[in-house]
Design a protein around this ligand. Structure first.
Ligand code: NDP
Length: 451
């Protein structure tokens, strides 16, 4: 029998979402090819979540060495070697690239290390050849976007921050989202004089206001310079570094300017037009609830669809593609109550709506809040504090959100995310015995709602 197409599924982009869709589809028996012109694992593995978290670990040692003294440890002559951290990180990333190769090849997906361009609804041009597929999946991710301003060519993005030749003494970060605050903690912890410039009155727009204020206070306490309501007018080269000029006329001298002002969908050069795939208003690939583009046999997932730019979401979307196309299912991702963490220092972990939004949705909302000094710091004297907030719908008694700032907030909130998804009530939290002594036990011992 002559098969109509070369492949059942052709995936463009081997990041978190594309890789998951490709390997699950192959495991379900589909004939799959996946094209990747850069690195296997995409942003998360190469220039995102994984190397970032390794840098966060690295940057915490300065405090750990200081704190050790109160516990009887004497340290002396500790110094930081940037090339060691950078290169050890790169070696781990290369190991992960190979792991991804194995994950794809194991179930039989064919990896094509070339750029793929859409040619028509069933045809992709890849490495000078035309290949056909019954289904095509666009999983090309996103890339850092830098707004235009004089001197914008002098700034770096998070992509570059992972490979800096030398570690800077001074860093200015533009932006107030995930990447800006995470890198502010990294650079500050590793010893750079760090200043974050954000255009609005308080960074981390979209997160719970109490959490944002608390994090700002904690970051300032650790020595990060935070300047809000600050717009960058220009960056120029000066003797000994760069000068960032704000619209208010202030000038900050620095060695590196990191622009962390969001990420744009990667569709340039894909030739969406050739396959009749319509983009949305921000250049993202527009999809319906089953990730179908305007050309129904072409799907898209992950950062490129411009919904939620998080690795676990792209992976969940990739699972839907595989099971819907080749497993006879009809899955879709639930976008409500996605737990997330920001690995600033201290970490933020959050699931469910902000208090502001929850008050609109649940008129009888009860807020439980606690701030305290972590037990570890009763000896060190460090004035870092932890904050926890639990939001409860007074009508149904359901816990609708949990927010936290403190060590390992992401680890703690992941578990609470399950409880909230499962519809746990405050009474369920109250009858859960705490694990003592932990910070997490505070979430099951909060008794008095605040006004
Ligand atoms: P975000 O969208 O989180 O933040 C962008 C920031 O840049 C905002 O503060 C925004 O301000 C500001 N900004 C946007 N445009 C301009 C401009 N023209 N001039 C000045 N400031 C501007 O993007 P990030 O780049 O931080 O991260 C991209 C995405 O990657 C995140 O949204 C997240 O989904 C994901 N990510 C997840 C991580 C995690 O899970 N821990 C870690 C890192 C990234 P304003 O708020 O005023 O619009």
């Amino acid at each position: 029998m002559q098969l109509a197409f070369d492949y059942d599924l052709f995936v463009i982009g081997a990041g978190s979402g594309g890789t998951r869709a490709a390997r699950m589809s192959a495991a379900l028996g589909a004939r799959v090819a996946i094209a990747e012109e850069r690195y296997l694992g995409g942003t998360c593995v190469n220039v995102g979540c994984i190397p970032k978290k390794l840098f966060v670990y690295g940057s915490h040692y300065a405090e750990d060495f200081e704190d050790g003294a109160a516990y009887g440890w004497t340290t002396s002559g500790e110094s930081f070697q940037w090339p060691t951290l950078r290169d050890n990180k790169t070696r781990e990333i290369e190991r992960l690239n190979n792991v991804y190769q194995g994950l794809l090849e194991g179930p039989g997906a064919e990896i094509i290390r070339e750029r793929a361009i859409l040619s028509d609804t069933h045809t992709v041009s890849v490495g000078g050849e035309m290949v056909t597929a019954e289904n095509i999946l666009i999983a090309t991710g996103s890339r850092p976007s830098v707004p235009p301003f004089p001197g914008d060519d002098l700034v770096i993005t998070s992509d570059d921050a992972f490979y800096l030749e030398t570690f800077p003494e001074r860093v200015v970060i533009i932006g107030g989202g995930y990447i800006a605050v995470e890198f502010a903690g990294i650079f500050n912890g590793l010893g750079a004089e760090t200043t974050l410039l954000y255009r609005g009155p308080l960074f981390l727009r979209g997160f719970d206001e109490g959490i944002r204020e608390f994090v700002a206070q904690e970051m300032r306490g650790k020595g990060v310079g935070l300047r809000f309501d600050t717009h960058v007018a220009s960056v120029e080269r000066v003797a000994g570094g760069l000068a960032v000029r704000t619209r208010a006329g202030d000038v900050l001298e620095t060695d590196v300017v990191l622009c962390a002002t969001g990420r744009s969908p990667n569709t340039v050069g894909l030739d969406l037009d050739a396959a009749g795939v319509e983009p949305g208003r921000s250049g993202e690939v527009r999809v319906d609830s089953r990730y179908r583009t305007s050309t129904p046999n072409i799907h898209a997932i992950g950062d490129v669809i411009g919904r939620v730019q998080l690795t676990p979401v792209a992976i969940a979307e990739g699972m839907c593609i595989a099971y819907n196309l080749f497993g006879g299912e009809d899955r879709q991702v639930e976008y409500d109550d996605i737990p997330t963490a920001i690995f600033c220092q201290p970490n933020i972990g959050t699931v469910g709506p902000t208090e502001e939004r929850a008050r609109e949705r649940f008129p009888a909302l009860k807020a439980y809040e606690s701030t305290f000094r972590p037990l570890k710091h009763t000896l060190t004297g460090r004035d870092e504090r932890t904050m926890m907030k639990l939001l409860v719908d007074g009508d149904s008694d359901r816990v609708v959100a949990a927010h936290m700032v403190g060590p390992e907030a992401g680890e703690i909130i992941q578990g609470l995310g399950v409880a909230i998804k499962a519809g746990a009530t405050k009474a369920d939290f109250d009858r859960t015995i705490g694990i003592h002594p932990t910070a997490a036990e505070e979430f099951v011992t909060m008794r008095e709602a605040r006004a």
